[in-house]
Design a protein around this ligand. Structure first.
Ligand code: FMN
Length: 207
């Protein structure tokens, strides 16, 4: 067992914060180098979103994504990372608009279904009877049953490795009036990996 005592004043500069002058961290020698994929697999649980886009005729498509993040507070911006093979990549590249939804606890099957086929071949909204309502400023619709939906207009596109990041300015937000919990991906395969977090849920391997 090692023990480290470190001053923390420099992290507490706000006058409203009660300053704790010293913090004690105890740890054991638990870390070993691993395969990078194994280390990445410890990221779960991971938030999952559904990205909604449309074609030129206004026909919507939806894909689940684990790789999304807020990138700016003012203006509010959100980025999603999408592989060029996805039909959604083609649609967002063409229209520069998307809606990000936080799926609710009853939408695990919908997330699984939308991730198991491509909108290039399947009209997912028709086949899976996805309930929608219109967005205000963008053409992609909102998905009913979501915890929240964010309307985004693409401002930055950049290639990172084998994916493209689309960073959108959030122009409108919508929230569920019915209390519902957000879905997370707990790792692994199949629909059971998607569920809301339980209190004190711990991070672990996807295996
Ligand atoms: C939980 C989950 C997370 C995913 N995350 C991403 C992601 O962040 N980026 C991506 O390009 N594909 C991701 N995918 C894969 C796409 O959702 C999947 O290939 C989908 O069928 C693409 O649909 P589309 O071709 O209609 O756009 C994910 C799939 C699942 C099930």
């Amino acid at each position: 067992m090692k023990q480290v005592t470190a001053p923390v004043e420099k992290y507490c500069q706000s006058k409203t914060v009660k300053v704790i002058t010293r913090a004690t961290v105890q740890y054991r020698d638990t870390l070993k180098e691993s395969d990078i994929k194994e280390a990445i697999s410890r990221k779960y649980p991971e938030a999952v979103v559904l990205i909604v886009s449309v074609d030129e005729r206004g026909r919507p498509n939806a894909m689940p994504a684990g790789w999304s993040m807020f990138t700016s507070g003012d203006p509010p911006m959100l980025a999603v990372s999408i592989h060029p093979d996805r039909f959604s990549h083609e649609l967002i590249s063409r229209t520069s608009e998307f809606v990000v939804t936080f799926p609710g606890e009853d939408q695990a099957s919908l997330v699984e279904l939308c991730g198991s086929c491509t909108g290039a071949e399947v009209d997912k909204f028709d086949c899976f009877s996805i309930p929608t309502s219109p967005a205000i400023e963008v053409k992609p619709p909102l998905i009913e049953g979501s915890v929240a939906c964010l309307e985004c207009i693409v401002e930055v596109t950049c290639r990172t490795g084998d994916h493209t990041i689309f960073a959108g300015r959030i122009v409108r937000g919508h929230v569920s009036e019915k209390p519902t919990r957000r879905l997370y991906n707990l790792g692994g395969e199949g629909v059971d990996r998607f569920r809301p977090l339980k209190p004190r849920e711990i991070t672990g391997s996807s295996k």
